[in-house]
Design a protein around this ligand. Structure first.
Ligand code: ISL
Ligand code: CA
Length: 563
């Protein structure tokens, strides 16, 4: 396996709108990020991934880009951005930018032209079709509820948008579009960035003819059309071209956000010989508490099983071992907070947050930390739908409550558990007003628990989640076995303890994580001689135990090593 800086590093995701506001307008910004670089360096992260900071009308908080080569006014200027990049590099960290090219904003100049007339030179930059029998060209549902098509009066045709109606899909079949994208990527790489996180990149190629989706849910007017655009027919061809014309000329990392991707696909996409991406974000483990396989399924609230989590993670670990490379994450700006989701944010906040960090960061792959995760930020509940900002939440609420008349309480509950705004409340820096995020009222409400969960308090507390993250990052970095070692699952059926080993050139590590609020005696498999092992880290003070049985406390996690 090849050594790479992006395999050894830890990535920290910044959602700029909610990270740090430097000028008191209630919106996070680039200077705000620059002010916090020492904090990030001290945490031990190597790579920053910035969610989009390009010019945007913010229908989907920057994932709707109206100019790929300009900075969003609310976030600052190109000079601020260049200064930030310089400061990142000065600290020997790297910067990964978001690349959102499945779609643009409808306010992008290309779309403004495209919609003018059928013979406009930009018409074919997007996906326009005639209606069918007075209705949409096909039955596809949008990721964010309703039809994936919008009718445009000016020319009497429909355009495709897999996301909101302000995010028209770019037509990758058009060679000029692809060239524009590669040129734009080169523009940013020439400025010195270190990689891209590619938004829904495996949706760029659609089945020719855009056929109807199979009707899988008769109650719905529109259907999940994934079979016609997930890992579509020309996806690998386009990605190879992108590598040829842009990526391969720079020392950059890439991570593809790839919904519905399976381990076989992940292995092929990231293959060291024939792959097209450094790594992918898979979603199998994020669908564990819903109905997998469609976008609507995310809103169901289902109990999840540890044995299923093991099956999923292990499948990804073993399918990519020796071929490609995994990304490791429990949170991002689209997902609920992990301590609320997989831990116990009430009774065992600190213990379970540390346990979760230990469990996922020591697998084979590059660990990602989402802002606030390192202090155990939790989900939030706003009583009024008006306090939510996310377009996905509003579309879901309108469809279910306003249009279908579903029970309001039930829909609000699904939003409390699954809504994306759980991850988008302002970063909790201190117990001052607005959590120290801003001097003014933020664009979205602060989670009221900022008085007890915040960076300042955790910096002062040796036992804090924040300090544990620092230690964990150091432990991973100082042991190759934790980075490059192969992964073996122990006790697949155990519903309480997640235990696995890592192995590299005769060196072995054991990671044990108690996912329950009970004390459990766990006897370690004879394949790992725990009595002779050195303890590397744990979230409780260490104790002497006899034999190969570990007396684990609620949400306890431990790591051992033998040589
Ligand atoms: O948010 C999700 C779960 O509700 C995901 O399914 C998400 O819609 C999907 O992963 C695509 O996400 C990405 O593209 C979207 C944008 O809204 C998300 O923030 C982004 O991460 C459209 O650009
Ligand atoms: Ca600001």
């Amino acid at each position: 396996m090849e050594r790479k800086w992006w395999k050894e590093g830890v990535v920290y995701q910044v959602y700029p709108r909610s990270f740090n506001d430097s000028n008191g307008d209630g919106i996070g910004d680039l200077r705000g990020i620059t002010q916090k670089l020492d904090y990030l360096k001290d945490l031990g992260v190597d790579i920053l991934w910035l969610s989009p900071v390009y010019e945007s009308p913010n229908d989907d908080n920057g994932y709707d880009i109206s100019n790929y080569r300009a900075i969003m006014e609310e976030f600052g200027t190109m000079e601020d951005w260049e200064n930030m990049l310089g400061e990142i590099h000065k600290r020997e960290m790297r910067l990964v930018m978001d690349l959102v090219v499945n779609h643009s904003s409808d306010e992008h100049a290309w779309f403004q032209e495209s919609r003018k007339s059928k013979d406009n030179p930009y018409r074919d930059y997007y996906i326009w079709r005639d209606g069918k029998n007075g209705a949409e060209p096909n039955n596809w549902v949008s990721f964010f509820s309703g039809s994936a098509w919008d009718y445009d009066e000016a020319t009497g045709q429909y355009y495709l948008h897999l996301f909101t109606d302000k995010q028209p899909d770019l037509n990758w079949e058009n060679e000029q579009v692809r060239q524009e994208v590669y040129d734009m990527m080169n523009f940013w790489m020439d400025k010195g960035i270190d990689g891209f996180r590619m938004d829904v990149i495996n949706l760029i190629s659609k089945t020719p003819g855009l056929p109807d989706a199979e009707v899988t849910n008769k109650d719905n007017k529109y259907q999940w059309g994934g079979e016609h655009f997930v890992n579509g027919p020309r996806f690998m061809e386009f990605m190879n071209e992108m590598n040829e014309q842009a990526l391969k000329h720079y020392d950059v990392m890439t991570v593809g956000e790839t919904p519905m991707v399976k381990p076989e696909d992940g292995a092929a996409f990231t293959d060291e010989e024939s792959g097209v991406l450094s790594m992918v974000f898979q979603f199998d483990h994020m669908e564990i508490d819903g109905d997998p396989g469609s976008q609507e399924g995310k809103w169901s609230v289902k109990p999840w099983k540890l044995s299923k989590m093991k099956e999923i993670m292990t499948n990804w670990q073993t399918s990519l071992n020796g071929k490609g490379w995994n990304s490791l994450y429990l949170e991002n700006h689209d997902q609920p907070r992990s301590v609320s989701r997989f831990g116990d944010a009430e009774e065992y906040h600190q213990e379970s947050a540390k346990m979760l960090a230990t469990f996922y960061q020591l697998m084979q792959g590059t660990p990602y930390i989402y802002q606030g995760q390192e202090i155990g930020m939790t989900n939030v509940q706003f009583d009024s739908i008006e306090d939510y900002r996310d377009v996905e939440i509003h579309n879901w609420y309108n469809e279910q409550v306003t249009e279908k008349g579903k029970d309001k309480q039930e829909i609000m509950h699904s939003i409390f558990v699954k809504g994306r705004d759980n991850a988008r409340t302002p970063m909790q820096w201190s117990d001052e007003n607005y959590a120290g995020f801003s001097d003014a009222e933020p664009w979205i409400k602060v989670n009221p628990n900022y008085t007890s969960i915040n960076v300042k308090q955790q910096q002062e507390d040796e036992e804090s989640i924040l300090n544990y993250y620092k230690e964990l990052i150091k432990v991973r970095k100082s042991h190759d076995v934790l980075i490059y070692g192969s992964y073996q699952l122990l006790d697949p059926e155990d519903e309480q303890i997640y235990a696995y080993t890592r192995e590299l050139d005769g060196e072995k590590a054991l990671i044990v994580a108690n996912f329950t609020n009970e004390a459990i005696d766990y006897s370690v498999s004879e394949s790992f001689p725990v009595e002779q092992a050195e303890r590397l880290i744990g979230n409780y003070p260490s104790e002497q135990e006899e034999g190969g049985t570990l007396q684990l406390k609620p949400y306890e996690a431990r790591v051992y090593r033998v040589q």
